[in-house]
Design a protein. Structure first.
Length: 166
C-alpha cells in the first residue's frame, strides 16, 4: 500500500487486486494450483504473468513473484482482501453487504448507496450483493457490525411476536 500511495497507484492496483481476487474466488482450479506446494515456482509465476496480462502493474507483479519465491503465495486471497481493506480506509469507502430476495435494479442500488452513506458518514460506498429467497422480500444491509434488517421475514416475525404477546 505504501508503494502504491507514493506512486499514486492505489486505485489502479486496487482494481487489479479486485480482479485477481474475483478470479481466485471463482476458480477452484486456480486456487488449488497456486496453493499447491508441489508445483514448480516457475510454473506458478508463468500462470500469474499470463493472468495479469501485458498491462499488469509492475509493483503488483513483483509482489506476486516475491510471494511465490517466499512460498507465501497461498496467502494471496488474504493479502488481496487486506489491501482492499486498507484502500477503503484510505478513500473513506465503506463496505456494505446487501442481501435481497431478488436482484436489485440500478435505482435500488443507488438508493441503498445513498442511505448507507448517510448511516456510515462515508464518502463512498462499495456494495457486495447477495440473493437469499428466504427473506421473502425487502433487504438486509450489513455495514461492519451494524445490521439494518428491512426484510419481509423480519417484519412478519415482529408481527408474530406482537400477536403472541397479546
Amino acid at each position: 500500500m505504501s508503494i502504491a500511495q507514493s506512486n499514486n497507484l492505489s486505485d489502479q492496483i486496487g482494481e487489479d487486486v479486485r480482479a485477481l481476487l474475483n478470479l481466485l474466488n471463482e476458480s477452484d482450479m486456480l486456487r488449488n494450483f497456486i496453493g499447491n506446494p508441489f508445483i514448480d515456482a516457475n510454473d506458478k509465476k508463468a500462470v500469474l504473468v499470463k493472468i495479469l496480462g501485458d498491462g499488469a502493474n509492475t509493483y503488483l507483479l513483483n509482489l506476486l513473484m516475491l510471494l511465490v519465491d517466499g512460498r507465501r503465495i497461498s496467502f494471496l486471497s488474504d493479502i488481496c482482501e487486506q489491501y482492499l481493506v486498507l484502500l477503503r480506509r484510505l478513500t473513506q469507502t465503506v463496505l456494505a453487504e446487501v442481501t435481497s430476495a431478488l436482484p436489485l435494479s440500478e435505482s435500488q442500488v443507488q438508493t441503498i448507496k445513498q442511505k448507507v452513506m448517510m448511516i456510515a458518514s462515508a464518502q463512498q460506498v462499495e456494495l457486495e450483493t447477495k440473493i437469499d429467497s428466504n427473506i421473502i422480500g425487502g433487504v438486509i444491509i450489513k455495514i461492519g457490525s451494524q445490521v439494518v434488517d428491512a426484510s419481509l421475514r423480519c417484519q412478519l416475525r415482529r408481527i408474530s411476536l406482537r400477536l403472541s404477546s397479546s
